[in-house]
Design a protein around this ligand. Structure first.
Ligand code: GUN
Length: 281
């Protein structure tokens, strides 16, 4: 039976630490602030954005949610981001993805000042990650690595298989694991014989977006299975991993909910505090 890696426990501990750090920063005249830009009415995004606001409030930092109608034009969206770039109360800017189809996501992300980019999605920051240089790390991959390290799971020379090639999770997670000296394979929807790859994994990252997609026969006994999925099935939230059967085979597993999702928010807070420190205000 796998050891359960609780994102909730870890994130509660981080919240307590961050609350203390915020007090210390404020005493030094540094006042972190996060702006979240939400365009349109996507129900999942509304929940994520609300949780980000609650997290800011909990650790005691300023937060603003800018809600824009789905039919806002590209120019108005970029103007909004520009204003936040210039706003001294704001240390970090997050543009919630996905944006409605009529908008150019790449152009919007390029408008965020790299110093205020708490997602690590600006090309400058993504490029630094790709080059193995110090930079802001996207929140979900950062949370995955934090959990692996906290659990003391060895990484050097291990086989890591990432299923999913998004810019938000799959690709940056692969880069981080590579930096930790894993042998990394990225699989995706066109991969042939997927199970042959996943069965080699000592560390398996599931970021597919399909409920219970990773089944027990796809998992190497003893593997660390990191489930990034948040899928709604019959009113219940389930991951990309078929949890109960996989937990019988894996050495470590993250639950959904209460796993990586919690860590993503903690890492967003971390990135916001780091941004505020870099800007010195
Ligand atoms: N949509 C899903 N995950 C994320 C994330 O980490 N950041 C942003 N900006 N949008 C998302």
């Amino acid at each position: 039976m796998a050891i359960i890696l609780s994102g909730k426990e870890l994130s509660d501990r981080l919240t307590a630490e961050q609350t203390e750090r915020v007090k210390e920063l404020k005493a030094q005249g540094i006042h972190p602030g996060l702006a979240v830009v939400l365009v349109g009415e996507d129900p999942a995004s509304q929940i994520y954005v609300r949780n980000k606001g609650i997290a800011c409030e909990t650790i005691g930092i300023h937060s603003e949610t800018i809600r824009l109608p789905g039919d806002i034009g590209q120019e108005k969206l970029e103007e909004t981001i520009q204003k936040l770039n210039e706003d001294r109360k704001i240390s970090g800017i997050l543009v919630q993805l996905p944006l409605p189809r009529n908008l150019d996501e790449d152009a919007a992300l390029a408008t965020v000042l790299p110093e205020k980019d708490v997602d690590g999605f600006h090309l400058t920051n993504a490029g630094k990650l790709f080059s193995g240089r110090e930079t802001v790390i996207p929140c979900t991959p950062k949370g995955i690595l934090y959990m692996l390290k906290e659990a003391g799971i060895p990484l050097v020379g291990k086989e890591a298989v990432v299923v999913g090639r998004s810019n938000i999770v799959g690709k940056p997670a692969a880069m981080l694991l590579l930096k930790e000296h894993c042998t990394v394979t990225i699989c995706h929807s066109r991969t042939k014989n997927l199970a042959e790859h996943t069965r080699r994994a000592d560390i398996l990252v599931a970021a597919i977006g399909k409920p219970r997609f990773i089944t027990a026969d796809m998992v190497k006994p003893g593997a660390a299975v990191m489930d990034v999925g948040i899928n709604r099935v019959d009113g219940k939230v389930v991951g990309d991993v078929d949890y109960e059967p996989v937990a019988q085979v894996a050495g470590y597993i993250t639950p959904v909910p209460g796993g990586i999702g919690k860590m993503t928010i903690s890492m967003l807070m971390e990135n916001t505090l780091e941004a505020a420190c870099r800007q010195g205000r």
